[in-house]
Each structure stands twice: as structure tokens, then as C-alpha cells.
Design a protein around this ligand. Structure first.
Ligand SMILES: Nc1nc2c(ncn2[C@@H]2O[C@H](COP(=O)(O)OP(=O)(O)OP(=O)(O)O)[C@@H](O)[C@H]2O)c(=O)[nH]1
Length: 605
């Protein structure tokens, strides 16, 4: 039995005198029980009044009282608070106690003289409040009354505890129910239909929103399972049944299928149905299955459009000749090909990865070693200047061999500094071949296959530039003109004249070294650049040429040999020459003199 302790000097003027807002406060039945307990205490002990004070958090309030009515004022509370200790208290005469004697409830009506209290303790030791006895006469409670007070306090504590547990459970249930209600509202609101299938009874129940999905009102659909299958599109029915069956047989964790359902107006919508068997017989037969149905028509339409766009892109990229690519270069300079089309098989003879990417090293290994640096630098320049990438380069392929490629792409700078190019690589080999042909045609004399005047003048300018870069070098320029050529034409015909020109060009070509250049300047007039030669060396060259012409006459078919001679004018080229024409002009003047000297002569300008 607890012993009565001395009164502590403690008060709490700040505590609220109201039960907490969300309190598990005792009301109605529980309150009445407490009232009954205070009356019982009053009667059993013969005291004037009795009260129960409850405490919860920062709140404390008088939950029940018998005898005097105690107003809930802070001062009054401080009077009660003295008892909120964990041990019983007995004040036999309040007037003898300095801390109570001036309290209004002592000094004035009702003039409390005896004050006894026992704490209300929960099983875990939490203080729930106190049970009080008061009397207007000073007295020492007998042992039986003290025990009675303690026991009543114990019963009260247990009642309060139970009541609070019940209230807390009710609150939890209310919260759960509210949550469930909100979830159902959310599901309904999201346009998701709910169904509940009774497998044994071959029945299926639909929520209002499920029926609304198909345009039906609440009462318009039966619960018969066989009716539900009639609404499934005929093309989908087999796999819908098979999917359900698989789940019934526990081959799948849940039932999940996309199919079409017929609406009230006869049109079809695409739905996603998901469900799960929630109860089975002990041997595993399904009893009940619940699930949801969602209209995914719009989503299917979008995904179908996306699929078609993706197919179009894929068709385009595989059908358009060449290689479409996306190349990314991060700010740190590392690059990778994030997309390559099927054209990579032809352009580089490479197979892309499954995700249509390829390592840049694989491509670099196919690029002609002489062009690789230009290729890499061109991308760098494009990235730095954010200008379109454009390049003609050679590739060395295992099957096709040496080929030309033309690439162009536009760069885009991303926020993180990455540059992304989208572009196309095409085969430029044929174009290059034609270009080379045109180039040859444009620079070669078709009759003699020697460079024409334009090409010769280009070489002459290049030779002058070389001399001007290094004045220790030498070069000689020769002008050559066949003698009496008109008479050959006149006598043997134009075709023989042509043959004579080809014959001379052939002899001339044979006399040239690698670095020398000869050209046909027009008619029967030729010119030669002798690289690294002075005029003496050029004169020796000219003599050798005249000798070879003398010893090798033209031999037209069916005719006797035709002797040819050539007059030659020689001039040195100087670094000081302002234009290449100057040296040519000097050699031309020398030629003029050679002609004047009787032809088949050599003159140095
Ligand atoms: N067969 C042929 N004749 C050409 C060609 N080009 C120019 N001729 C001819 O070459 C001749 C050149 O004659 P001329 O300029 O009088 O010179 P030449 O008869 O050689 O007299 P000299 O140069 O003074 O020795 C002309 O009759 C031109 O028609 C050509 O491509 N083929």
C-alpha cells in the first residue's frame, strides 16, 4: 500500500484547464463512471467532497467531482496541482500548512481543512491525474479510508487508461476509413474503374467509374461474368482469357493485360486491366479477384504515333543513301557517336552496336591515315567556332578499298558545354573521279596529252614562286616551234599534221625529267620548263631534242618517213621576274631569232 507523502511546494499556473483539442478525454459514459466513483469515494469515506483531476500533456482539468463544485481557475488548479505527484498526499489540517492556509478554497468557502489525494498512474507509470478527498474538518484519514482512496484511484486510472485506448483506436480507425475513402475517391476521380470478381459464382461487380468508362450508368450492366466477355474485342478475347488463366494457376504474380472493350455506343476503347486474386481455397483455387481498369486509348494513340514516327525515321535513315549520324563531343574533348544509321555498313564497312552507337575509334581506324588529323581537327574547329562541319576525306575499307567520303553536319551547343552534330556522310568517290577527269580535260591538250597553255602557265607561276622562295635555284624556259609545219599539212594532209604533232610531243616527253614540265601552247608551238637548269643545260637539252627529231622522223602508215625540225628559243627564269610571262616572253624572242636564223636553230635570250 502506498504511503502518504508530505505536500510538495509546487504549482503550475500555466497548465490549460481544458481537455486537449484532440483529446482522448472521457465523455458521456466514461464521464458518468468517474462521477459515480467520486460519489462512491465521498460516501465510503464520509468526506465533504471528492474530485478527479485528469492530466494529458499540457492540459489538466477536473473530469468529475462530488460534493462541492470546484471552479476551473488557475488558482484553484494550483491547489489541485499539489497532489500531482507520484505518491499519495494527506494534509490533515490545511490551516496548519503555510502553503495552503491562504488559498481561497481554504481561507474562504468551502473552507477545506482536510486534503487527501492519490495519484492516477497508468500501467507504464505515466501520471494520468489524481483522485481527491476534501473535508471542512481537519482530520487524519483512517487506514481503511486511505486504502479506499488508493483503490478508487487505481480503478479510476484503469478506467481512464481503457477509455483513452478505446478513443485512440477509434481515432485510428476513423483515420484509416478516411484514408480509404480518399483513396477510393482518388481512384474514381482518376477515371480508373474498379472491379471485384467472385470466381465461384461467375459474377463480377463494377464500380460506378468502371461503368462510366464504357458510357454506362450505374444500373445498366449485369454482374454476369459471361456478359463481361462479350464486351471484349473478339481479337483480344483469347489472350485476355489466357492471361487470367495463368494468374488463376498462380503462374503469374498478378493479372495485367491491355485489350479493347466495347462501349455502350458500340465503339471500342483500349484499356489496361490489372488485378490480383485476393483469396483462394486451401488447395489454391481462386475465389475472389479484384482489380482496376484504365482507359489507355489516348496513350495508345500517342504511342502508336510515336511508333510510326520512329519507324519513319528508321526507314528514312536506312533508305537515304549514306550514313546519318549524331556525334557528341563533351567539354573535356571526349567524343562518341550516339547514333549511326544502317548506312555505316556501306560508308565504313562497320557494324553498329545494338543501340545504334559506335566507338569513334572504329571509325577513325577506317579513315585514311593521311586524312585522319584533318578529320579530327575539322570537328574541333566546328565545335570551337560553332560552324557547320564539312569535309571531303578518304577512307580505306577492307572490301571497297580506297574511297572518298563527303560529310557535313550542323553543331549544337548544349548547356553543359557538349557539342552535338547531326549530319550525313555520303560516298564522294564517283564525284571525285569525274572531278579528276574534268580537271584533266581542262588542263590537258587532247591531241598530244601534254598540259595545255593554261596548265603550263600555272606550272610556270609555281616555278617562279619556288625561285622567289629560294633564289639559289635555277630554271630555264624554252619555246619550241616546228618548222614549216604548214607545208606538212598542205602536203600530207591535216591528219598527218596531227600525227606529226603527237610524234614531236612524244619525243619531247621522253627528254623530260620528273620535275620538268612541257606544254602545248597552241598550233605547232610548245614550251618547256627545265627545273634546276641554267641556259647552257637548256641548250644541251634543246640539242638532244633536235637530234632525236632528226634521227626519229615521222613514219606515217603507208608513206615514207617525213623529216621534222624544230626551232628553239631559251631564256633563264629569274627570281626578280615580276611575272612568269616575262621569262616566257624572253624565250619567245629567242625563238623568233632562231626562226630568223634559218630554222632548226637554238637561240638563248
Ligand atoms: N594538223 C594540224 N595543223 C595545225 C594544228 N594547229 C595549227 N596547225 C597548223 O599549223 C600551221 C602553222 O603554220 P605557220 O604559222 O605558217 O607556221 P609554219 O608553217 O610552221 O612556218 P614557220 O613556223 O615559220 O616555220 C597552220 O597551217 C595551222 O593550220 C593542229 O592542231 N593540227
Amino acid at each position: 500500500m502506498p504511503t502518504f507523502a508530505k505536500l510538495d511546494d509546487a504549482s503550475d499556473q500555466d497548465r490549460s484547464t481544458e481537455p486537449p483539442g484532440n483529446s482522448t478525454t472521457l465523455h458521456t459514459t466514461a464521464d458518468r463512471q468517474l462521477e459515480r466513483l467520486t460519489r462512491t469515494a465521498q460516501r465510503l469515506t464520509g468526506t465533504d467532497s471528492s474530485a478527479i483531476l485528469l492530466v494529458e500533456g499540457d492540459h489538466q482539468w477536473i473530469a468529475a467531482s462530488a460534493g462541492h463544485v470546484f471552479p476551473d481557475t488557475p488558482r484553484t488548479l494550483s491547489f489541485f496541482y499539489h497532489a500531482l505527484q507520484r505518491t499519495p498526499i494527506l494534509v490533515e489540517d490545511t490551516l496548519a500548512d503555510p502553503r495552503m492556509r491562504h488559498h481561497p478554497l481554504v481561507a474562504q468557502a468551502p473552507g477545506i481543512r482536510m486534503y487527501a489525494a492519490s495519484p492516477l498512474l497508468a500501467e507504464d507509470g505515466t501520471l494520468l491525474g489524481a483522485f481527491y478527498l476534501f473535508d471542512h474538518r481537519p482530520q487524519a484519514l483512517c487506514a481503511m479510508h486511505r486504502t479506499c482512496l488508493d483503490e478508487l484511484a487505481g480503478v479510476t486510472a484503469s478506467a481512464v487508461q481503457q477509455s483513452r485506448a478505446l478513443a485512440s483506436m477509434t481515432a485510428r480507425n476513423t483515420t484509416l476509413m478516411e484514408k480509404e475513402r480518399r483513396m477510393l475517391l482518388a481512384i474514381e476521380g482518376s477515371g480508373t474503374g474498379i472491379w471485384d470478381r467472385n470466381v465461384a459464382a461467375d459474377e463480377i461487380h463494377y464500380s460506378r467509374s468502371w461503368k462510366a468508362l464504357l458510357g454506362y450508368r450505374e444500373h445498366e450492366l449485369t454482374n454476369r461474368l459471361m456478359d463481361s466477355y462479350l464486351r471484349v474485342h473478339p481479337d483480344d478475347i483469347d489472350y485476355v482469357r489466357a492471361t487470367i488463366q495463368a494468374h488463376f494457376e498462380q503462374k503469374t504474380e498478378s493479372y495485367e493485360v491491355e485489350h479493347r472493350l466495347r462501349c455502350k455506343d458500340g465503339s471500342y476503347i483500349w484499356v489496361s486491366s490489372r488485378g490480383k486474386v485476393v483469396s483462394r481455397t486451401p488447395d489454391g483455387k481462386p475465389l475472389r479477384m479484384v482489380g482496376t481498369t484504365q482507359d489507355i486509348t489516348a496513350m495508345r494513340t500517342i504511342s502508336e504515333r510515336l511508333r510510326q514516327s520512329a519507324k519513319l525515321l528508321s526507314d528514312l535513315s536506312s533508305e537515304v543513301p549514306g550514313l546519318m549520324f549524331q556525334r557528341q563531343q563533351r567539354a573535356d574533348g571526349t567524343a562518341h557517336y550516339s547514333y549511326v544509321s544502317a548506312g555505316i555498313a556501306d560508308m565504313y564497312e562497320l557494324d553498329p552496336e545494338e543501340d545504334n552507337t559506335i566507338a569513334p575509334e572504329a571509325i577513325h581506324a577506317r579513315i585514311h591515315p593521311d586524312d585522319l588529323q584533318t578529320y579530327l581537327t575539322s570537328f574541333e574547329t566546328s565545335a570551337t567556332q560553332q560552324k557547320p562541319w564539312q569535309l571531303e576525306y578518304r577512307v580505306m575499307l577492307p572490301r571497297q578499298g580506297l574511297r572518298w567520303r563527303y560529310g557535313h553536319a550542323r553543331p549544337q551547343r548544349l548547356e553543359d558545354g557538349t557539342t552535338v552534330w547531326h549530319g550525313l556522310i555520303t560516298d564522294a568517290t564517283e564525284r571525285k573521279r569525274i572531278e579528276t577527269q574534268w580537271q584533266a580535260l581542262a588542263t590537258t591538250d587532247s591531241l598530244t596529252q601534254l598540259p595545255n597553255r593554261h596548265a603550263f602557265m600555272t606550272s610556270l607561276a609555281a616555278e617562279l614562286a619556288r625561285l622567289q622562295r629560294d633564289s639559289t635555284r635555277m630554271a630555264a624556259v624554252l619555246m619550241l616551234d616546228l618548222d614549216y609545219f604548214k607545208s606538212i599539212n598542205d602536203r600530207w594532209g591535216h591528219a598527218t599534221g596531227d600525227a606529226a604533232l603527237r610524234h614531236f610531243a612524244s619525243l619531247l616527253r621522253r627528254q623530260l625529267r620528273q620535275a620538268d614540265v612541257a606544254g602545248r601552247m597552241g598550233g605547232e608551238e610548245f614550251a618547256v620548263i627545265l627545273h634546276g637548269a641554267d641556259t647552257a643545260a637548256a641548250a644541251a637539252f634543246a640539242r638532244r631534242l633536235q637530234e632525236s627529231l632528226e634521227t626519229t622522223p615521222l613514219q606515217p602508215e603507208g608513206q615514207g618517213p617525213i623529216a621534222l625540225t624544230v626551232s628553239i628559243g631559251i631564256a633563264a627564269m629569274y627570281a626578280s621576274d615580276g611575272t612568269p610571262e616575262l621569262a616566257l616572253s624572253r624565250s619567245d624572242q629567242a625563238l623568233y631569232r632562231a626562226k630568223a636564223a634559218g630554222r632548226n636553230c637554238i637561240e638563248i635570250g
